[in-house]
Design a binder for this molecule. Structure first.
Ligand code: CP3
Length: 349
């Protein structure tokens, strides 16, 4: 495979780069009017995810507007528990809901990794996204595949949706019925390993594990129940696909940067509540860091963005093993014009 722009992949080597590669978590999404139009044509969010051609359409939207160095598969982390039969839905203006959450022993014991054929629509979306990025055998930018982490998926599967209170049902099962909780994690490890392998086979050039909720745990429990399962996945993927960079993004886990860096992952996401300089000191020089601008900056103004970007990178070598990104996903109230300001400011850094 040849790339028109492979800067993102080169950030996973020891090469000193002319500038840091840039992409943005949730770069395809509701802040873009053209995304909202495509979602309208598709019907709803899951209809969009189930249509490879619409996925490719929204994947390209941010790349056509901004000068970005990577594309991310358009899908969601909750496709996997949906394939396990939990019954995913997204109400209008609401977060995700599962019709059949894992609330008791019977439900947990019946849980099994899904047959990957139920997720064929995601692998088809990867292949279609790849096709849309490629002209005359040359791929515009690398394509990132992704999954939720076993712990973060377990949070949604047990709680039945999001939580404003650090997932109490999930943490109660974790504390009181550790063997049931472990079964959920083990099932997720098996499912996520197969799911990410399928994405690589369909054409993904790099992989990312989104561990949005690992940070609700105390450091000891984070390492045991969030990082350890991710580490199993990373080990399996690295032995099958040694050339594919794998990143871990655990939000709120600054306490464990050194452990994440030692996990075998090639890169780690730094959230907006951490410092890049501290993360580098804890991670050492051989792991790629990605982050960590506050997504809220994209709802402020040009002067604020320029000032904060300069300050947050003081004393940090952004040309070596670094991918510029936000410290969490773009929010729907983002001003698309400010995304342009952010990208252009980073380009000249
Ligand atoms: O551009 C991209 O980054 C690619 C696509 C992507 C989506 N979700 C699309 C999406 C990715 C990488 C995700 C990951 C994801 N999904 C995470 C981990 C990252 C994070 O933000 O912490 C999580 C926790 C989810 C679960 C999820 N999906 C929630 C909680 C919600 C509803 C809340 C929200 O932010 O809207 C979704 C819906 C979702 N996933 C949307 C998009 C574009 C919005 C749905 C819509 O169009 O109405």
């Amino acid at each position: 495979m040849s790339f028109k722009n492979d800067l993102f992949l080169r950030a996973f080597t020891d090469e000193k780069l002319p500038r840091p590669p840039i992409w943005l978590m949730r770069q395809a999404g509701r802040y873009l009017p053209e995304y909202r139009a495509t979602r309208g044509k598709a019907g709803g969010f899951m209809d969009l995810c189930r249509s490879p051609s619409f996925c490719a359409e929204v994947l390209l939207q941010p790349l056509d507007r901004y000068d970005l160095d990577a594309a991310i598969l358009f899908s969601d982390i909750l496709t996997v528990p949906d394939a396990m039969g939990l019954g995913l839905s997204f109400g209008v203006g609401e977060g995700p809901r599962f019709a059949r959450p894992l609330r008791d022993e019977t439900a947990v014991k019946a849980l099994a990794a899904p047959d990957m054929s139920t997720l064929q629509y995601v692998f088809d979306a990867v292949a279609e996204c790849k096709r849309a990025l490629t002209t005359d055998g040359v791929q515009r930018v690398p394509l990132i595949g992704f999954s939720g982490s076993p712990f973060t998926l377990a949070c949604y599967m047990i709680e039945g949706g999001g939580s404003t209170d650090a997932f109490p049902l999930t943490r109660r099962m974790m504390l009181q019925r550790p063997e049931l909780f472990q079964h959920v994690l083990d099932t997720n490890v098996t499912a996520v390993t197969a799911y990410l392998s399928g994405q690589v086979e369909a054409g993904a050039n790099a992989l990312m594990l989104f561990d949005t909720w690992g940070g609700v745990l105390a450091p000891r429990l984070y390492r045991e129940l969030s990082l350890a399962p991710m580490q199993k996945i990373v080990a399996a993927l690295k032995s099958k696909f040694p050339q594919i960079p794998v990143m871990i993004f655990s939000r709120g886990a600054a306490h464990s940067v050194a452990a994440i860096a030692a996990s075998g992952a090639d890169g780690l996401g730094v959230d907006w509540q951490s410092d890049l300089v501290d993360a580098r000191a804890a991670a050492g020089p051989h792991v790629t860091l990605q982050g960590n601008f506050d997504p809220l900056l994209l709802t402020t103004d040009e002067t604020t963005i320029r000032r904060e970007l300069a300050k947050s990178q003081e004393g940090f070598d952004s040309h070596h093993r670094y991918v510029a990104n936000l410290g969490h996903g773009i929010t729907p109230d983002t001003d698309p014009a400010l995304v342009e300001v952010l990208v252009q400011t980073l380009r000249s850094s």
